[in-house]
Design a binder for this molecule. Sequence first.
Ligand code: 3EB
Length: 350
Amino acid sequence: MSHLQLDYIALEALEAWVQALESGAAPRQVLGMTVFGAADTINSPAPARLAERAWPRVALPVLGHDTAAWVEVWSVPGSAPIVQHGEIAGVAYARCADLAFTWRVTPLPSQDLLLQATQQTYDALFSAMRQLGCQHPLRFWNYLPDILGAGQGEEERYRIFNVGRHASFLDQAAMVNPNPPAACALGHPEGVAEPLTVYALASSRPAQPIENPRQMSAYLYPRRYGARSPTFSRAALAPVGDEECVFISGTASIVGHETVHLNDVQAQTHETLNNIEALLERFRAERPGKVWRTSELHLKAYVRHAADLPLVRQAVQQRLGADVPCVYLQAVVCRPDLLVEIEASAARSH
Ligand code: 3EB
């Protein structure tokens, strides 16, 4: 049985699905859930399962699917209530043995408080992870309202976010060196006033970071992308139970450190998939004899312009097969010239 499992469930189907999950022949429990959908759908009354706790809710509209919202569900084996819930200094958590799902939601920070809010968010998350005995962050998901707002240059909100995150990482160097976690950072569509939402998976055991030979490591990006570099690894291989989970960070049409294929969403999607395939190649090199199939990956694709969905989906299906599980969301990618970003995880599903 798979130790950590990832599924994307349509909101309407969640109640019945979780019930089946918990009462199957090999019962499982929910470790963490995050809801993705347009603001009006995620903030309307939720199924009981979801209403039970303040699970993170991220206001990114669903594209190309007739559900109002997708629920990203991380589950672990067990029938007795082995998942413990709690809160440590503003960080909510669910924890099971050697794994923790943690999250922190901060009301929309104004420009002058953004740096501080980001740093505090990360300080609090790192501190909670340590107290939970899960001192190795494996994967962070960052959702920042108005990510490219307040103009260009050092005033850009993503750059300020990077300065705050970087400061916290420096303070917590013992937790993230030499194992920087995988991550992604996306913005809500323009005009949506939502909180800064960061959630993360952490473990008592460190993950092995994997870099992409086609790309410069993000933490080495040159100065022109901001005063402080983004702090994440391109991917991470994490031991969980007696298996290994794969976390591929948000991946875009970047070669070296530069965006390629300006204004061409189709070519950007193919380049993004080239980058994901290069990472899979690195996994094969790191773990000879182990098979990493793209068909086992769960993809989450962030598309800037809803109208680009057909081209993005066509490229994904052409490269990875029509059946590859991929959830499409509308989001603002953190460079103005990037039209698409794709992340992938392979925590096995049944
Ligand atoms: C890139 O490769 C595209 O700031 O945490 C991808 C993954 C990106 C994570 C982050 C940003 C982040 O630089 C953007």
